[in-house]
Every structure is written in structure tokens, then in C-alpha cells.
Design a binder for this molecule. Sequence first.
Ligand code: AP5
Length: 214
Amino acid sequence: MNIILLGPPGAGKGTQARRLVEERGMVQLSTGDMLRDARTSGTEMGRVVAEVMDKGHLVTDEIVIGLIREKLLSGASSTGYIFDGFPRTLPQADALANLMEEVGQSVDHVIEMQIDDAVLVARVTGRSTCANCGEVYHDKTRPIPGNGKCVNCGGTTFKRRADDNEDSLKTRLLAYYKQTSPLIGYYYAKGALETVDGLAEIDDVAAQINAILT
Ligand code: AP5
């Protein structure tokens, strides 16, 4: 089973994707994570990517489609893919449909995480992640344990993202409404769209997603 998690920055896509990896052994394909790896690679492409991401703009379709293409062609997942943060534009959605056909697979569910924009600033400015395994925390709603150790791997170093500030979030939200939200209509018309309440507590959102997948 292959699924797409669709929603604005801070909707909870990464949090839910990690749960699906743990609970169902699915493979998370996050273009945001891939691009964050690329930006530390020391290459010219990494430098360009860093500049674009920090401002909150979208990286070119060519780069992200190339990253996804490489992953999909490097071997099929028997447990299914979770596309987290991809596709984000109509050309990316078409490219994904073609790539899936090429590898003999399909997208089974597109899950839109519906959220109130008013909560997004608090969500992204309170976020931190384990530097070792990427587990996602939030200063208020999912704090780092009192012993300072990651619940997943025991790591003790946590980091914040350069683009998790109010200014960058405004640009990211604009990019979402201008370039990504048309995908809601695109997948609705294809009969693939399902929705969950992204404002619910993390466990409740996970239960809603599981109900769709079973
Ligand atoms: P990316 O890394 O994909 O970021 P994003 O889409 O902006 O989404 P986020 O990771 O910010 O949020 P999320 O929905 O995963 O929320 P999370 O679970 O962490 O992209 C970053 C940048 O890379 C883009 O701006 C762009 O430049 C580039 N890029 C990436 N993909 C691209 C593409 N395809 N094309 C072009 N450019 C691309 O949760 C957020 C916080 O809220 C956490 O602290 C969490 O603990 C908390 N939380 C989560 N769920 C709940 C809940 N239910 N209740 C309370 N708190 C919650």
C-alpha cells in the first residue's frame, strides 16, 4: 500500500509518517529530509537548496522529482511507501503517477491533514527533532523527556530547523496555498482523496489514518 500525506507545514505529516514506519514497517519518503541531507553535502546543489529552503520557497520540480525517482528505481518496497511532502505541485503529481506506473505500483490513498492555519506558527516554532534518528518533538505538545533522552533511540542531541521561524512559515504557507493546495482538487477528481482532522491529538490522528488504511 502506497500513500501520500498532504497538508501545510506543521500539519503533522512527518509525525504520522514516523508512526506508520514504526507500526506498519512502511518506508517514509520525505523530500524535506532528502533536501536537508543534500544541503549538508557541500555540493553546489546543496548550497542552492539551502538558500531556497531557508527562505521558505519550493525547490525546483526537477530536483525533487530526481530525488524521488532515484529512490523508487533503487528497489521496490514490499511494505509500501509514505510520500511525505511530495508531491507539492501539479507537475510533481503527474511525475509521481508516471513513476509509479513505471515501477508497476500505484498510489492507494491520498490523505489530506486538515488543520487551522492559526495553530501552525505555534507548531513549527515549538518543534525540535532528535539529531540522531529524527524523532519529532514539540516544546508543549510532545516535550523531550525529562531525562534529556530521545524516546526512540536514547540520543541526547536535539536540533531546530533553520526554516522554523514565523517569517519563513508565512512564505511556506503561501507556497502551500498557491502551489500545493490545487492537489486537493486533483486527487479528489481522481477519487483518491481522504481527509483526517489534523487538529486532533497525535494518537487520535494516527487512529483516523489507521481507519483509512485498514
Ligand atoms: P518539509 O520538510 O516537507 O516541511 P513541510 O511540508 O513544511 O512540513 P513540516 O515538516 O514543517 O511539517 P509536518 O507536517 O511534517 O509537521 P510535523 O509532523 O513535523 O519541507 C521543507 C522545505 O523543503 C520546503 O519549504 C521546501 O523548501 C523544500 N521541499 C520539501 N519538499 C519539496 C517538494 N516536494 N518540492 C519542492 N520543495 C520541497 O509536526 C510539526 C510540529 O507539530 C511538531 O513539533 C509536532 O510534534 C507537532 N504536532 C504534530 N502533530 C500534532 C498534533 N496532532 N497535535 C499537536 N502537535 C502536533
